[in-house]
Design a protein around this ligand. Structure first.
Ligand code: MG
Length: 371
């Protein structure tokens, strides 16, 4: 049962290129399926989320992270009466524009572009992937996704100013996105916040004691788990604690969003769009604890000395390869050389690098920049 403020597929603003309806899949289900069958989606499997494979091959990568975000998002959407098919499509596509080497790769690619007066933004890149780069259909370029999925790609994490991005004007930048889209950024936070504690501990980069000291939400959940299972090994007490953090974040997001929607007296997607702020949110108390956890992860994991080497590698590899192709565009694959006839060379190189997996960019680096 959809709530009155949920997106209804029959009211979708539709596709760029009209297509006949499918006999048994609605348009959001079809979009989800198109995303899953995209080449860029399959490449997520070999892209770093936080850890390169040096640590362990059972740590999250971009693909498994994406699947976790989809799982959490569906659970929450069902509780709130939102459109689960749209939510799932948005979750599955939310990281499709990420370059290799996680955040470090993104920073390095952006820095290389800024040297040419341009920039890199993974949401804008994701839109280019689904609008242009994926070639599967004879009648059009891209995946021809519905407006609501394209809008969600642009608007799930932050707002773009229409004056800075006139090319995005069709995405109603002055309005909030539907709740289905608002949800994604928060479920993304839940997914990686808990997963990075898990992988960080497994990698011995974080200790259970250190996490409990730095994160209040973990400390209270962990002490409950220890009370319940005093004789269990610490690894299982940790898992029980983490499970409770997860549950607390998800339940709070459901309850608080439901309360905010009720208080805002919102009864349609139009009301959600026109409401002055985003309605999907954690309660103030849990929001504080989520921020504390995030700060803890930045300080002790993402910016830790242990991951410094990987970050420096990422910057060196992306930066040097970018410069190599700037100087020798003849070394680019033919399809990219052809693109540079009608697009700036830095943008073409950026598109090429952004699409790469970690192993592929290593290979390219060895080939062109290796000693
Ligand atoms: Mg993500």
């Amino acid at each position: 049962m959809l709530a009155d403020f949920a997106v209804r597929v029959e009211q979708s603003k539709g596709r760029r290129f009209p297509e006949p309806p499918h006999p048994y899949r609605d348009n959001f289900q079809r979009d989800r399926d198109r995303i899953v069958h995209a080449r860029a989606f399959r490449r997520l499997e070999a892209k770093t989320q936080v850890f390169t494979r040096r640590y362990s091959d059972h740590f999250r990568n971009r693909l498994t992270h994406t699947i976790e975000v989809a799982q959490i998002s569906r659970t929450i959407a069902a509780q709130l009466g939102l459109n689960s098919e749209l939510v799932e499509a948005l979750a599955l596509v939310h990281d499709i524009g990420h370059p290799p080497f996680g955040h470090a790769g993104e920073k390095a690619l952006d820095a290389a572009m800024r040297r040419h007066g341009l920039f890199f933004d993974h949401n804008l890149h994701a839109l280019r992937i689904v609008e242009d780069f994926e070639l599967r259909y004879a009648a059009f370029r891209g995946l021809n996704l519905t407006f609501e999925v394209r809008e969600g790609i642009i608007k799930h994490s932050h707002d773009y100013d229409v004056n800075e991005h006139p090319e995005l004007a069709e995405y109603l930048l002055e309005l909030r996105p539907p709740l289905e889209s608002q949800l994604i950024d928060l479920t993304d936070e839940i997914a990686y916040g808990t997963a990075d504690l898990d992988d960080g501990r497994e990698a011995h980069l974080l200790s259970v004691e250190q996490i409990a000291e730095g994160s209040q939400i973990f400390a209270s959940s962990f002490s409950k788990a220890r009370e319940l299972y005093p004789d269990a090994p610490q690894r299982l007490q940790f898992n029980e604690g983490l499970k409770r953090v997860f549950d607390r974040l998800v339940s709070d997001l459901i309850d608080n969003t439901r309360a905010r929607v009720a208080a805002a007296d919102v009864h349609s997607v139009e009301d959600v769009r026109r409401y002055p702020e985003r309605l999907a949110a954690f309660s103030p108390d849990v929001e504080d604890q989520r921020r504390q956890l995030k700060d803890f992860l930045y300080e002790n994991l993402y910016f830790s000395a242990a991951l410094e080497g990987e970050k420096e590698d990422a910057e060196r590899i992306v930066g040097e390869l970018f410069n190599h192709w700037m100087e020798k565009p003849e070394d680019l694959p033919r399809s990219y050389r052809e693109k540079s006839a009608h697009e700036s060379l830095p943008r073409v190189i950026c598109d090429y690098i952004a699409g790469m997996t970690d192993p592929f960019i290593y290979e390219q680096y060895e080939k062109y920049c290796g000693a």
